[in-house]
Design a protein around this ligand. Sequence first.
Ligand SMILES: Cc1ncc(C[n+]2csc(CCOP(=O)(O)OP(=O)(O)O)c2C)c(N)n1
Ligand SMILES: [Mg+2]
Length: 785
Amino acid sequence: MAAQKTNLPNASAVETLEEIERKVLWLSSWLIYNANHVRPSRDGLKVGGHQASCASAVTLLTALYMNVLKPEDRVAVKPHASPVFHAIQYLFGRQSRNQLERFRSLGGAQSYPSRTKDADDVDFSTGSVGLGVGATLFGAMVRDYVRLHGLAGENEPNGRIVALVGDAELDEGNVFEALLEGWKHDVCNLWWVIDYNRQSLDGVVHDYLFQRIKDFFGTVGWDVVELKYGKLLQAAFAEPGGEALMKWIDDCPNQLYSALTFQGGEAWRNHLKTDLGRTKGIKALLDDYDDDALHHLMTNLGGHDMATTLEAFDQVTGDTPQCFVAYTIKGYNTPLAGHKDNHSGLMNLEQMAVFKANHNIRDGHEWDIAEGLDIDADALQALLSDVAFNQRPPAVPAASVPVAALPAPEGDTMSTQEAFGRILNDLGREDSDLAARIVTSTPDVTVTTNMAGWVNQRGLFHHKELADLFREEKVPSAFNWAMGPAGQHIELGIAENNLFLLLAALGLSDRLFGARLLPVGALYDPFIVRGLDALNYACYQDARFMVVATPSGITLAPEGGAHQSVSTPLIGLGQPGLTSYEPAFADELAVIMSWGFEHMQATDGGSVYLRLSTRTIDQPQRADAGTLANDIVAGGYWLKPPAPGAELAIAYSGAVAPEALATYGQVLEDIPGTGLLAVTSPDRLYDNWQSGATSHAERLLSALAPDAALVTVLDGHPATLSWLGSVANHHTVSLGVDRFGQSGDLPDLYREYGIDADAILDAAATALTKRMGKVSGTSLRPAAE
Ligand SMILES: Cc1ncc(C[n+]2csc(CCOP(=O)(O)OP(=O)(O)O)c2C)c(N)n1
Ligand SMILES: [Mg+2]
């Protein structure tokens, strides 16, 4: 490839960047110190912060933000370098001193970069290690999707997606799952800069880890760029004895290197003398350096050498993904450097006093940006204002997509999963904005979650046109598996974690890339827990998506326990940022999906989780569920309204509707006026009940007698609905599944797990007994023939 024009700064600009780097080190260390040692504590708790993790990343982040990044680039910063990120934004004038002073306190700069809580334009939240890294890979895929679908603004530059990665983040399997997916999808314009300080939290990472990393990244088509030695060491290696010195460092175990880094010049000298004393040139080489200079030389690693770092970034020419392995030192240029226990270490008062003096910071001038630098304040200000990244304009909210009411699929009997497939299929036929913005994805379960109809119409997404060879060879199949840049379904491998990281990136597309997408991801409900950390992460970032989880519960009868979800309704209830629904009927689902697409776009909205089933059940033949729409969305409605002051009600969610209906039919004679409550969303009902105002749940249950009996039932954990008893203090018995499932047919399993009609009947009897204050049971079962 022809040599490209270099953007490398000249020597004096590099020196200026080094000055700024010193400032970033100072500010990031100081803001942590301030939070721990200066700000008064009200609870005696350690505030914390990671000065060593920060120091390790200062050169890399300064080089990136101050020189390399463009406004259109998007970045994930390793969690523990949050103070470095905030310090840099402070220098840019994009973060306030007040926020820095309140680091880790309510409303202040966050411990780990947060899209939703930080004031300074975080692109990707980080915290649970590995996830931010994976998110950038899917971010790069989404940016391509947006571009290839012509959804990016005109002349929108195609920026890079960059992650500053802690080396121990590579222990997380999700990183490698993502890499494989990225390889399949030809991911590009993606840079991972590994802060290779060879330390994690407890200790020093395995020697030669780098070699394994290098092999792996190479296997999946990345360029691996090593930043091992800085300019000083490179120069020393060219001197007599230098080759031996280089070999010594190359062979030096990580632990020893760390220990010597902590001990300093004298320790380096002693070791080098012992090991290399007889090598020609070494004595003269060592004599050229006093202890401080020798320490400086021996710790002059690539990731702490501004010129080396800039050169490594500058040599990138194409859009092949880049893995930079930047050798660094945890705690570099601080008294914490190299100590194996430095992860949570904080400089004490004496250490800070020395550090402060070294940085020429006067008391009371700790936050002044030019304090202690050789650059004059105005010149520094002008320089910072000119930095490319600092030209980033404020994000403009992407326009909303109008959502019309979705018609309910018709049929006397249907499952919610079938209804989902049909609604999506109908959308696929439409020429609407809504259909154009929907992007679907599954982890290898497109057909079994009923998305194939949609995919047949909208195609699979890939950079390149790839024909469906089965189709070309005329092998009969109902599915068209052709791929191309216009496709709207992203097919993933089985790793559920990847699905949620992709949904996180798709669901932030409006804010990250200016193009609103409406992501719909489907998977089997039990496997939500397989990707739960990434689901939580997606919600934590306020990404907006619809996750359709089907099949669910023991209703998946013959498939057995490993495929049967038990606790997922509680995840739906407990997960912030995610509103969950478990409809029973097709018309309910249509109402919920229309609302969901609106909710995904609302400023105060969120994501939506639909727990569906493959059980085919009779559909209520009602003219229009639309009149019930508000109640369906609010979480519940009376399928069979109770008579005023009714003594009994049965509340159910989802696939057990037929059992609830059957029981209802049976008790009506004995307990006239009994009500049957369809709970479409335990989550919405609960949230609204907790919000303080007269709630939908209270309104619904106020139809019953104050001391009525209540039975709740669902194919999931009973605690999902048991709280309904507290809404109006009704005598409540809650049925559900709280053990692992197993293979069986529906009658056997529903009986075994106590959610069949008989069990509901018995529960009603127990609840009525409680109501009457009786000790002995009442049976509502018909007398045996
Ligand atoms: C998923 C997860 N597990 C555990 C932690 C606790 N933890 C925080 S940092 C860390 C070690 C990180 O090491 P590395 O990525 O090398 O970062 P650095 O050395 O730059 O601090 C651990 C285990 C976490 N934040 N996330
Ligand atoms: Mg590390």
